[in-house]
Design a protein around this ligand. Structure first.
Ligand SMILES: NC(=O)c1ccc[n+]([C@@H]2O[C@H](COP(=O)([O-])OP(=O)(O)OC[C@H]3O[C@@H](n4cnc5c(N)ncnc54)[C@H](OP(=O)(O)O)[C@@H]3O)[C@@H](O)[C@H]2O)c1
Length: 312
């Protein structure tokens, strides 16, 4: 195997981006972080994060996808681009794609995805489909520009979904009562964000993953909400009061004008995951579908039990 590719992270100071930077460094890639100078100068968290990247060995490149010359300059220094641009700015990646095409030397592009496979989700309930549609636009633009890509479907991030036992808007586990979606038996796939970053970076120099979708399905983490609650009950030594929410009750606020669009988007996504079971209701049997834990059995992923034990 050759030398690890040079990797540029775009969106590096974000929730997922910072994990990509650290995973890239840990896997021995010369790692470059696109830094928007104005943002870093005016934000204490970003400023300190960027310095910590530098101290960990990353190279900082000043620039922005809004500034074509700067992004072209950054792309000329690397082989691989991993984008973790925010959901609110997914279409900014069209500028990145234009620059990648112009430079012509990028061997792999991972667009900002890391959730459900958007090409399987054309039917998402409105207004939840907006984000999926934008991610699909980025996929189609990548393919049209003939840029080698890998799409990473990382399912439910642990911090967002597992930590709160999938309670909407809650990020630590409850110890008294828990809402259960329907029967709570739909199968969900729970993935620790650091593991998602490691798997994503593992793909970038792997010829098997070029122009494929890689699904992260850690075998021990394919569990229903009820199974997750049981694991937590054992860890915390308490039996939680279960409060089932019917599909109708869950969806009722979608009809309410006072519910914000953001909330409706999130509720629609919860609906497809927890009531329809659409993360795990299909097999990976097409030639463009691969599974990360099978590809990279050397990665010691974090089990649901180990993740939740931090809260016990
Ligand atoms: N599967 C899941 O459960 C799950 C959960 C959360 C997110 N995700 C996915 O993960 C991906 C990354 O999400 P995230 O939560 O990490 O994002 P985030 O933290 O909200 O933002 C990521 C970065 O986007 C960049 N950005 C923001 N505004 C920008 C602008 N106007 N122009 C250019 N860059 C801008 C910033 O990077 P810099 O300031 O460093 O340039 C920011 O730190 C998304 O595709 C999201 O859908 C999945």
């Amino acid at each position: 195997m050759g030398k690890p590719s040079r990797v540029l992270i775009v969106g590096g100071t974000g929730y997922m981006g910072k994990r990509m930077v650290m995973a890239s460094l840990a896997l021995g890639h010369p790692t470059f972080v696109l830094v928007r100078p104005d943002q870093v100068a005016s934000n204490i968290h970003k400023a300190q994060l960027v310095i910590s990247f530098k101290q960990a060995g990353a190279h900082l490149i000043q620039g922005s996808v809004d500034d074509h010359e700067s992004i072209v300059n950054a792309l000329k220094q690397v082989d691989v681009v991993v984008s973790t641009i925010a959901e609110s700015h997914i279409l900014e990646q069209l500028k990145l794609i234009k620059a990648i095409k112009e430079v012509g030397t990028i061997k792999r592009f991972l667009p900002s995805e890391f959730g459900m496979d958007v090409d399987r989700m054309h039917h998402v309930m409105e207004p939840g489909n907006l984000l999926f549609e934008q991610k699909r636009q980025v996929r189609r633009a990548t393919e049209a520009a003939r840029i080698p890509y890998t799409y990473v479907s990382a399912n439910c991030f642990a911090g967002y979904f597992l930590a709160g036992l999938a309670q909407y808007g809650r990020f630590i586990p409850p110890t008294d009562k828990v809402f259960i979606y329907g029967e709570g038996t739909r199968i969900v796939i729970w993935v620790y964000e650091d593991d998602a970053a490691t798997y994503a970076l593992k793909t970038v120099d792997d010829p098997k993953t070029v122009n494929k979708t890689v699904y992260i399905r850690p075998p021990k983490n394919i569990l229903s909400q009820r199974e997750v609650v049981e694991i937590w009950e054992k860890l915390c030594g308490k039996v939680l009061h279960k409060m089932p929410i019917s599909e109708e009750d869950w969806l009722a606020p979608m009809e309410d004008e006072s519910t914000s669009v953001q909330r409706k988007v999130e509720m629609a996504i919860f609906y497809h995951i927890f009531y329809r079971g659409e993360l795990a209701n299909f097999e990976l049997n097409q030639s463009n579908q691969l599974e990360a834990a099978t590809l990279y059995p050397d990665v010691e992923y974090t089990s649901v039990e180990r993740y939740l034990s931090r809260f016990a």
